[in-house]
Design a binder for this molecule. Structure first.
Ligand SMILES: Nc1ncnc2c1ncn2[C@@H]1O[C@H](COP(=O)(O)OP(=O)(O)OP(=O)(O)O)[C@@H](O)[C@H]1O
Ligand SMILES: [Mg+2]
Length: 491
């Protein structure tokens, strides 16, 4: 039995008078409901929509009137109200729904189903409603869609050897998206595995784009553009092949996620950006400001949709920058967005294995202990200010990127001059030196860089106390990202 039928049958078997099905796939759900109702002995299905009313009855387009008809005519069977969500904010509709619920409590053969693409349950009805979140088609359903396409001889069939891989890649798309993507791919002259996988991947990217708050982060950053942080880099490199089909088939445990915390400007965000190119999987950045903006419904609804969307594009990296702002505590120690926080923790526990979370945090004290508990993230890394050899590496990277001739620089001196600097400040110094020299129409050199360095006051001078506090907090809780470890921080 497919997962959808199990879920629907389970909901009907509970005889809850009010069931809310949250899904954009109306046709698929209706087919499933038909079958589940038959299996459950609920022969009759009635439907309401604001255009057609309740089974076409006159004057039943209004949602409150239709709900009252259910009670006054003592209707039985499965009563499916399509897209009722936008009306639920009206007091008379909420009240009519409650009355239909109360009336139906004693009637085993009447189940009221709200089938809606959006999730909008009024606070007053939360206790009465049985919520069902239907996932996109499972492997069994996808296999039958693929089989149907293969039997339709107007298209070239999907090669038998590729079927399993194609089914896995299609997971997370809706039934219609699967149909369109397969048909598009098969109208081409050949439906080779690679063309099919390309088409599926393009579809998934467009699914993410439509969501609005997930942004594709192109695999532009090479791991070699990150200076120092050798422990972190070797952790990432050792997992380079972990998302391959071979690793999956061999049952190698897939890492769940990584949390990077530490001093500002030390390369946390840059380190995340390198994962995509290194592991060769797409990465999407979740913009929590947009989730909280209200542009995409309530923050809870938007966040839920974001997690569902990312599931649709697995395997993928989900990047959450400054996670403490979204899931942590505010300045006064109050937990912000506690609903979101708890649903995120549950999701992390249950999420599909092919999603890797890369999170960064600055205000680590704001992160609740539950986030750091062992088992949530595979590793929590602490990025400290770079050590002297690391600063040299970072200088080399940025000088090379800015077209400097490395021979002209005294790296031992740069190590000394930049004590206490972070990577962002080193980058800024190199850019300023280049700009100064450009103004004088010459290439830049050691003297330009030394001049700039003498003018800049590093963050670590002005924020010494905060940095000490971050270090002592991280000492017992996190693994140093740098191979020079806990004691060598600023030398
Ligand atoms: N280790 C490093 N190697 C190379 N460049 C670095 C390194 N650290 C920082 N940089 C440079 O500084 C810029 C800012 O770094 P990044 O945004 O990764 O810091 P961050 O730790 O995320 O800071 P914040 O906590 O303020 O978000 C990077 O784009 C990069 O150019
Ligand atoms: Mg950052």
């Amino acid at each position: 039995m497919s997962e959808i039928l199990k879920q629907l049958q389970g909901a009907l078997a509970g005889h809850n008078p009010l069931v809310y099905i949250h899904s954009p796939e109306e046709e698929r759900i209706m087919r499933g409901l038909q079958q589940a109702a038959e299996n459950q002995g609920l022969a009759r299905i009635s439907c309401w929509s604001c255009l057609k009313g309740l089974d076409g009855q006159p004057d039943s387009q209004g949602p409150a009137a239709a709900l009252q008809l259910v009670v006054s005519q003592d209707l039985r069977g499965l009563l499916v109200f399509k897209d009722l969500a936008p009306f639920l904010g009206q007091p008379e509709v909420a009240r009519a729904l409650r009355e239909a619920f109360l009336d139906g409590q004693s009637k085993q053969d009447r189940i009221l189903v709200l089938l809606c693409a959006e999730l909008n349950i009024p606070e007053t009805l939360k206790k009465e409603m049985y919520l069902l979140d239907i996932s996109t088609p499972d492997e069994e359903e996808i296999a039958s869609l693929v089989q149907a396409l293969n039997q339709d001889h107007s298209h070239p069939a999907i090669p038998e050897a590729a079927v399993r891989e194609i089914i896995l890649a299609l997971k997370g798309l809706t039934e219609n998206e699967i149909r369109y993507v397969l048909q598009r791919a098969c109208t081409r002259t050949s439906a080779g595995k690679d063309e099919l996988l390309d088409e599926i991947f393009t579809e998934k990217k467009s699914v993410v784009k439509k969501s609005g708050f997930l942004e594709f982060s192109p695999p532009r950053w090479d791991i070699d553009s990150l200076g120092g942080l050798d422990n972190l880099k070797s952790w990432l490199k050792r997992r380079e092949k972990i998302f391959s089909r071979e690793a999956l088939e061999a049952g190698v445990p897939i890492p769940k996620g990584l949390l990077m915390m530490g001093v500002s400007g030390c390369g946390k965000s840059l380190a995340v950006k390198t994962i995509s190119a290194l592991w060769n999987i797409p990465m999407f950045r979740l913009d929590m400001n947009l989730v909280f903006s209200g542009m995409y419904g309530t923050p809870e609804e938007a966040f839920h949709r974001a997690l569902k969307t990312i599931e649709a594009v697995a395997p993928a990296v989900l990047w959450i920058d400054e996670i403490e702002n979204a899931l942590g505590l505010d300045e006064s120690g109050q937990r912000v967005a506690s609903h979101i926080f708890s649903s995120f923790l549950t999701w992390m526990q249950e999420k599909p294995p092919l999603i890797f979370i890369a999170a960064t945090a600055n205000k680590i004290q704001a992160l609740p202990a539950e986030v750091l508990r062992k088992g949530r993230f595979d590793e929590v890394f602490f990025c400290d200010l770079p050590t002297a050899p690391e600063r040299e590496e970072i200088f080399r990277i940025h000088l090379a990127r800015n077209g400097a001739n490395l021979e002209e620089f005294d790296f031992k001196m740069l190590q000394v001059l930049s004590e206490g600097w972070n990577g962002a400040e080193i980058e800024q110094a190199v850019i300023s030196a280049r700009t100064d020299a450009f103004y004088e129409q010459r290439t830049f050199n050691q003297r330009d860089l030394s001049n700039v360095i003498s003018r800049i006051v590093p963050l670590s001078d002005t924020m010494e106390t905060q940095i000490k506090a971050i270090r002592s907090w991280a000492f017992s809780r996190a693994t140093p990202a740098s191979k020079y470890g806990k004691s060598a921080a600023r030398r």
